[in-house]
Design a protein around this ligand. Structure first.
Ligand SMILES: Nc1nc2c(ncn2[C@@H]2O[C@H](COP(=O)(O)OP(=O)(O)OP(=O)(O)O)[C@@H](O)[C@H]2O)c(=O)[nH]1
Ligand SMILES: [Mg+2]
Length: 302
């Protein structure tokens, strides 16, 4: 094999909700492209992150976390995660070092027994939370449920073990032409990143069912003559009561979210940003075909 030949591989990242998939994706590509939160069900659609090292290009796909779905939106999210397995060269199954096997991991284990991914790699994440002497025991329990080709132990949050994983992936992706240019790290437009950052901050600040009853969309994006950009962002909620809580007393919540997101986007894009946030009540936002299309999800999911 000619070691100078270009290599390119699709590596999808699957796992139960909240195990650290998006945190790992961001660590692997070196920039935040997928939002993360302490709450479950943060990622709603499959997102690409691209890492190019030497002559190798790895296209990672972060996916919505697996859990037992109830709502139509949840079902479509989980469908999109399963679908990504079909098109990947390597599948990274992310498990947590704490409470490793639970009802969500059992759903995954049952699914993978039927639909075998091409090269299943097990990642035990959050090892910063356990004593390293317990990793052997965790691995033997995992082996009762999953048939993985390799095992990696890492902390996506702190970065331990991420380099070893990158090296493995570079050595194991197939020969093939690159799909993206050398310095591209995602195909997600800034418009989408902006709305996702707003959703991330709202998930952090709001509690109970409210984070799951809202969605965020960028309505307008205008480059101004002075080199700055004006971004108008709409937040949809199901009920008027949710709107009031979201806005907060004297608009405090909304102002705080706008300010944090503005600073993050300014750093990312290296330009001045003006953000305008609006909250609208729409009882049906999660039942509109346009919304599913916007996220690349299947509206007709059963
Ligand atoms: N201690 C510790 N926490 C971590 C680690 N990796 C991720 N987390 C935390 O776990 C939580 C969930 O992280 P996410 O990256 O949003 O998890 P996810 O799997 O993408 O979640 P969904 O999109 O909801 O499926 C966040 O609070 C992260 O900071 C880790 O290695 N160690
Ligand atoms: Mg996620």
């Amino acid at each position: 094999m000619d070691s100078n030949q270009d290599k390119c591989g699709f590596v999808n990242i699957i796992g139960a909700t909240n195990v650290g998939k998006s945190t790992l994706l961001n660590k692997l590509v070196g920039q935040k492209i997928s939002i993360m939160s302490r709450k479950v069900q943060t990622t709603r659609n499959s997102l690409k992150g691209i890492l190019t090292i030497g002559n190798s290009q790895i296209i990672f796909i972060d996916t919505p976390g697996i859990f037992k779905p109830n709502r139509k939106l949840d079902k479509a999210m989980i469908n999109s995660a399963w679908k990504s397995i079909e098109h990947s060269d390597i599948t990274l199954l992310i498990l947590e070092a704490v409470n490793t096997i639970n009802k969500n991991t059992i759903i995954i284990s049952n699914y993978l027994k039927k639909k075998k991914p091409s090269n299943l790699i097990c990642i035990i994440n959050k090892i910063d939370k356990v004593n390293h002497s317990s990793l052997l025991k965790i691995t033997s329990v995992v082996k009762e449920h999953f048939n993985c080709n390799e095992y990696f132990y890492l902390s996506a949050l702190k970065g331990n073990g991420v380099l070893e994983l990158k090296n493995y992936l570079v050595n194991n992706i197939p020969i093939g032409p690159w799909h993206y240019s050398k310095d591209q790290i995602t195909d997600i437009p800034y418009r989408f990143i902006a709305s996702e950052l707003v959703r991330e901050k709202l998930m952090d600040r709001l509690h109970q069912e409210i984070p799951y009853g809202l969605t965020v969309e960028t309505e307008d994006w205008n480059e101004l003559d002075d080199g700055s950009v004006r971004i108008d962002i709409l937040i949809f909620v199901h009920k008027l009561g949710q709107k009031k809580i979201l806005i907060g007393t004297n608009g405090y919540n909304l102002k705080a979210v706008g300010s944090i997101v503005r600073k993050e986007l300014e750093l990312m894009m290296d330009k001045r940003v003006h953000i305008f946030l609006y909250v609208k009540v729409n009882r049906n936002w999660d039942n509109s075909p346009e919304y599913y299309k916007y996220l690349g999800l299947d509206f007709n999911v059963q």
